[in-house]
Design a protein around this ligand. Structure first.
Ligand code: ADP
Ligand code: ASP
Ligand code: MG
Length: 812
């Protein structure tokens, strides 16, 4: 004998039932078969809805019954040849009339008891099994339909009844003996009790019915046919790349299903495990794919962790109090009261001081549990020995399952490390002593992120996904997006890094897409997007709560610079090309650095100093390896270097500045460059990175721009520069007279920083510095006389974008 069970989506309509019939017709050529079926997809939910409507006086239940009738009649019409339809159609109508009478009764009484609810939902499986039997009969497979309620006997716990296995097995045995056949069809989910009332085995219970038939007949296999190709390493609705599991042990499957893997109903495993019957999970829509086998010993592969699952709607109860220490029986009494109320305990932790016990239960049971526990411990609460039980809701449990875990240290380290890096707070942890399962209670809002983080860490050795949000879609932003677009495939193949741009914002609009924004089309998409400001963009980033999130600021905007703190404190990495945050007060800089450390994330701003040049990175490498900075000398303004390299008095100074601006080397307001502020910021950031708590007003600036240039708008500034041409010419001539070049140099020396225009003689390192190049000299204990030199283009959108890009990869 073999048992095949088909779930709701496998029998959702005539087309799918047709596929089922083909699978069954092949199966019976191998062995006698019991076919167990669910209700047509969605019907159980609809029946419950109908019952609730009727009980609450909402007459629309009648229309919904009509719809249900229509659905079943249509299925029969589409499934059977016209000459075979009438008997089945009239049987369906008769069932639905009966159903309507039951609902009218519910409506009149205004009450839906658990017992009547079971009666009501039983129509789903009765109808589906009968219709499918008619189809199989039409195919001449000679099916024998049986009412599972006559065979499967349970107690009186309606909605979730417990099966009396021995009696049930005997019933099944004798039925089969009395009706020899090659093919039987039975409705799943439903049973009855000693009083002959209909009961059900719990939502998803048709799997369990299948297991019962399999165990009763010592079947060779139980096949669970559903809509996915076997069990996967995680719920395919939650992760993008779940891996199919070829083989899994009974124990592992049981753990995964108990902790939420809906693919199999938890009680299913027990009866088949007892009889050592292998269970195959297969896909009705891909019948030739192997699927998963659940058996005594799973073949081991390289995966130490077998799967990850989660349960939502969890509440955490904590019972605490000094009176609990050392007194035996407290926990016994706690579990007694929960058992008395039929409250299922999913996870337990107790501190070793015995000062507190924590249990996780379903949220639906939380208020009953709270009342019952407080009443039960009323005496101890009154005497101050224990506190009233505290209840937290909106929680979920995630579980990492695998039998191999016990012989591999470091699994929980990896698990909690990954969660921590992503800012997921763990409320309680439990690890069974068998070490098949490590589970953790976390906020419900973090579940999807947590599952993805764990899945990536344990299974996706192929690549890690980085979710990037970009603020600023101008010059640098545009270049960055095209570089990202161009490099994506390479990074995926060579660095196992999948970079996904999931958000882009400019000053007016933003777009967001968890699946990754199409980078060939982002300009158009952003253009079409609704108005949004940076605060709503940041709120969405936080709410999305995606793993490995990086916020990239390629603006020069102070409002954008003010949001870093709120992101870092959600463990979202910040990469800034914007200098404002790091060059504002030292306290602000320090705070952001320490937030990054506290929340286990990164705050990177390499491009703040030398655009794409590795200046900050090199400085940090020196410091981290134990070197000490004696002096920094640098030309840090690509703009100023460009301007003084171009300017020789033949073209007006203002025009050279204009050209620098047009080529994208300057800040939006070029006075920040020309006035030396930008260079001051940069040398200050270097000083700060070297450990000096420096502020802007401690830096001496020997400015060369006449004060009148700082008045008015950018346009006024250009006009004023033209007027001051003689001043600039004179600066040039003075240097020329000494055979020197003009360079704007920043110096940091023993805690003191200054910036200013200098005459650079021909023998200086700075003399041969062309175009928009920057040059940084680090004099350190290891490089005392000949400095460590970093030289190259220090401005320009393309190199700045590549520096930002490098920081993004550094985050990964
Ligand atoms: P059926 O109606 O056939 O009984 P279910 O909806 O009960 O099907 O179970 C199948 C569903 O279980 C899949 O569609 C999938 O979304 C979900 N699921 C949850 N966890 C897993 C997992 N680890 N592997 C495969 N499917 C899973
Ligand atoms: N039809 C029932 C339900 O939806 C049983 C099942 O499909 O397994 O819960
Ligand atoms: Mg199911």
């Amino acid at each position: 004998m073999q048992v095949l069970k088909f779930g709701g989506s496998s029998v959702a309509n005539a087309e799918n039932i047709g596929k089922v019939a083909v699978i069954v017709s092949k199966a019976i050529q191998k062995d006698a078969t019991i076919l167990v079926v669910s209700a047509l997809g969605g019907v159980t939910d609809q029946l419950i809805e109908i019952g609730i409507k009727a009980a609450t006086g909402n007459e629309s239940y009648k229309e919904q019954i009509q719809l249900l009738e229509h659905k079943h009649l249509e299925t029969v019409r589409a499934l059977l040849h016209i000459q075979n339809q009438s008997a089945t159609l009239s049987w369906v109508k008769q069932q639905l009339n009966e159903l309507e009478r039951v609902c009218d009764g519910i409506f009149l009484l205004g009450e839906l008891s658990a017992r009547i609810k079971d009666r009501l939902v039983s129509y789903g499986e009765l109808l589906s099994s009968y219709i499918i039997t008619a189809k199989l009969a039409e195919m001449n497979l000679q099916p024998v339909w049986t009412d599972s309620r006559q065979l499967i006997l349970t107690n009186e716990q309606y909605g979730n009844a417990t099966v009396q296995l021995e009696k049930t097995y005997a019933n099944i045995d004798s039925f089969l003996a009395r009706h020899p056949a090659q093919l039987y069809v039975a409705p799943g989910f439903i049973a009855s009790n000693d009083k002959k009332y209909t009961t059900t085995l719990g939502r998803g219970g048709s799997d369990y019915s299948g297991a019962i038939f399999a165990a009763a007949t010592n079947a060779s296999t139980l096949e669970i046919w559903t809509d996915v190709t076997g069990m996967m390493t995680a719920d395919p609705r939650l992760v993008q790349n779940p891996k199919p599991i070829e083989a899994i042990s009974y124990q592992e499957a049981m753990e995964l299903s108990h902790f939420g893997a809906k693919i199999i109903y938890p009680p299913t495993i027990q009866p088949v495990m007892k009889k050592n019957i292998p269970v195959w999970v297969k896909n009705t829509f891909e019948p030739d794919a192997a699927g998963t086998v659940i058996q005594q010993h799973a073949v081991t592969n390289n995966d130490i962790v077998r799967g990850i699952s989660s349960i939502n709607k969890i509440a955490l109860l904590s019972l605490e109090g000094s009176g609990m220490i050392g007194i035996p029986g407290f926990s016994k009494r706690l579990f007694e009261v929960l058992a008395m109320r039929n409250i299922n305990v999913i996870l337990i932790t107790q501190s070793s001081s015995e000062y507190s016990i924590c249990v996780a239960i379903n949220e639906a049971d939380a208020s009953l549990a709270q009342q019952s526990i407080d009443a039960f411990f009323a005496y101890e609460i009154e005497n101050g020995k224990v506190n009233p039980v505290s209840v937290e809701t909106n929680l979920s449990i995630i579980a990492v399952v695998g039998e191999q875990m016990k012989s591999h240290p470091g699994i929980s380290g990896k698990m909690f490390g990954g969660l921590g890096r992503n800012g997921i707070n763990v409320r309680a942890i439990a690890q069974g002593s068998s070490e098949k399962n490590i589970s953790a209670v976390i906020a419900a809002a973090d579940v999807k992120k947590a599952i993805n983080v764990l899945h990536e860490d344990f299974f996706e050795t192929t690549y890690k996904q980085l979710n990037v949000f970009i603020a600023g879609a101008g010059n640098v932003g545009g270049k960055l997006l095209s570089q990202l677009h161009q490099q994506m495939q390479y990074l995926k193949e060579h660095m196992r890094l999948q970079i996904q741009v999931v958000g882009i914002a400019n000053s007016k609009k933003s777009i967001l897409d968890d699946a990754g924004i199409d980078l060939t089309n982002w300009k158009y998409l952003l253009d079409q997007a609704p108005e949004a400001d940076i605060h709503s963009f940041v709120a969405s980033i936080i709410e999305k709560n995606l793993r490995n999130s990086v916020f990239v600021d390629v603006t020069a905007n102070d409002t954008v610079a003010s949001v870093y703190g709120s992101l870092l404190s959600k463990s979202i990495a910040v990469v800034a090309c914007n200098k404002i945050a790091c060059s504002a007060s030292y306290a602000n800089y320090k705070k952001l650095k320490s937030l990054a450390r506290t929340f286990n994330t990164q705050f990177l701003f390499e491009t703040n100093v030398g655009a794409g040049l590795p200046v900050i990175g090199t400085l940090n490498d020196l410091l981290r390896s134990g070197d000490k900075i004696n002096k920094i000398q640098a030309v840090l303004s690509g703009t100023l270097n460009f301007v003084f390299n171009q300017y020789d008095g033949t073209i007006p100074f203002a025009q050279v500045v204009k050209q620098a601006q047009e080529e994208g080397y300057t800040e939006p307001d070029p006075r920040l460059d020309l006035g030396g502020t930008d260079v001051m910021r940069k040398i200050m950031i270097l000083a700060r990175e070297a450990g000096e708590p420096m502020e802007m007003d401690q830096i001496t600036n020997e400015a060369f721009l006449p004060a009148s240039c700082f008045e008015g708008s950018v346009a006024d500034f250009y006009a004023e520069m033209e007027k001051q041409e003689a001043h600039f010419k004179q600066l040039y001539d003075a240097a020329q007279a000494k055979n020197a070049k003009l360079k704007f140099v920043a110096v940091y020396d023993k805690g003191i920083a200054k910036v200013g225009l200098q005459h650079i003689p021909a023998d200086s390192d700075f003399y041969h510095l062309y175009g928009k190049d920057n040059l940084v000299l680090f004099y350190t204990e290891r490089y005392p006389e000949q400095p460590l030199v970093i030289k190259g283009a220090g401005a320009g959108a393309e190199v700045t974008a590549s520096g930002v890009f490098a920081d993004i990869i550094r985050v990964a």
